[in-house]
Ligand binder design. Structure first.
Ligand code: PMP
Length: 384
């Protein structure tokens, strides 16, 4: 039985074109971009080319606005801790939505231990930030507000321009985690009014181990990794040229192909949703229309998401997810599903499908059949 991989939010295969471009930096062009000889200059050029490609993907003001990191977790930490600590004279308050990724929530909890106040911004039952409540929560002594572009578990896309307007009326910094959205839907930091933006290489088919943080000109950050002063002093450590070159190339491809690819996946997503919602007591989670084109998330009553995942994998060679891979080691229900108002027992029955370049529309009947049979079998076994 051929594999059907439906978990691109946890890990995406590296695009073969990305690998072909980047492998020269692993095999031959191994220089350190901070050195002055020809090998170093070769690496420096690869680094700056990648910076240019990310700049274009998100319409940043200039290449110098892009800082390379080891991934989204590091970018989120640098954005939040860096902004909070560097702008402490403004106040000791940080805010974030209740459905942020743990790599946003945990750095803020760490700041809390050092005396910062943490204000949580609620979302409605579809996962949209309530901008009126947000307006009431934010005060002028908040330094940074973190709201994700789109949620990785429920697919909901936030009205970032509207959020930006509210945040900037109070002269605060807006950090946006665009890990799930980058390379999938158009992100324009200038048009959207974003001060700090997190991107991840692997989420756009680049190699794992690279990420970027966009820092709007004039935004002040304190580095969280001091050392040799690479990346404008904001992220020390020799740059990982292979993964960064790969991320740049992945961004270039995504920019060229995003519109057409998202139209293709959107059709597939809608067909999948239609088929899966035919199953009794199955529900879509997240927003019905304002959602990522490749994202379909569900919950099924009276069964556990983990059982669905394992049965689909072993019985049908189909790989799905139940929640964020980063929190799958805990048996706690997803904080995102609780934040949109689900009860504990409802949150346990979740299944997330994230489509990608290799998926084809003719896979849908096999997916729908696999999910239906699995859900029905598990319900028969369920003591609930
Ligand atoms: N933010 C979001 C929205 C994510 O989905 C993830 C995980 N893919 C991260 C941040 C953290 O990414 P990483 O584990 O690659 O650092």
């Amino acid at each position: 039985m051929e594999r059907i991989y439906l978990d691109h939010a946890s890990a995406s295969p590296v695009d073969p074109r990305v690998l072909e471009y980047a492998e020269q930096y692993l095999k031959l062009r191994f220089g350190n971009p901070s050195t002055l000889h020809s090998k170093g200059l070769e690496a420096k050029k690869a680094l700056e080319d990648a910076r240019g490609k990310i700049t274009e993907l998100i319409n940043a003001e200039s290449e110098s606005s892009i800082i390379f990191t080891s991934g989204a977790t590091e970018s989120n930490n640098l954005a939040i801790k860096g902004a909070a600590m560097r702008n402490i004279q403004k106040g000791k308050k940080v805010a974030a939505s209740t459905i942020e990724h743990i790599s946003v929530l945990n750095p803020i909890k760490e700041l809390q231990k050092s005396g910062w106040e943490f204000n949580l911004i609620p979302v409605d039952s579809t996962g949209l930030v309530d901008t009126e409540k947000m307006n009431a929560i934010l005060t002028e002594d908040t330094t940074v507000v973190s709201i994700m572009y789109a949620n990785n578990e429920i697919g909901t896309i936030q009205p970032i321009s509207e959020i930006s307007r509210v945040v900037h009326e109070k002269s605060l910094y807006l950090h946006v985690d665009a890990t799930a959205a980058g390379g999938r839907i158009p992100v324009d930091v200038q048009n959207d009014g974003i001060d700090l933006l997190t991107l991840s290489s692997n989420d756009m088919y680049g190699p794992q181990g690279a990420g970027a943080l966009y820092v709007k000109p004039g935004v002040k950050l304190q580095p969280i990794l001091p050392g040799g002063g690479q990346e404008r002093g904001l992220r020390s450590g020799t740059e990982n040229i292979f993964t960064i070159a790969g991320m740049g190339e992945a961004a270039r491809i995504a920019k060229n192909e995003m519109v057409e690819e998202s139209r293709r996946l959107e059709k597939m997503r809608d067909k999948l949703i239609e088929e899966i919602l035919r199953i009794e007591e199955s529900y879509l989670t997240g927003h019905p229309t304002q959602r990522l084109p490749h994202h379909a998330s569900f919950r099924f009553s009276r069964i556990e998401g983990e059982s669905i995942l394992l049965n689909l994998d072993m019985g049908y060679n189909i790989q799905v997810s139940t929640g964020s891979a980063c929190t799958s080691r805990t048996l706690e229900p997803s904080h995102v599903l609780l934040a949109i108002g689900l009860k504990h027992e409802e949150a346990h029955g979740s299944m997330i499908i994230t489509l990608g370049r290799s998926n084809k529309i003719d896979e849908i009947p096999r997916i729908a059949k696999g999910v239906k049979e699995t859900v029905e079998r598990l319900r028969k076994l369920s003591p609930l």
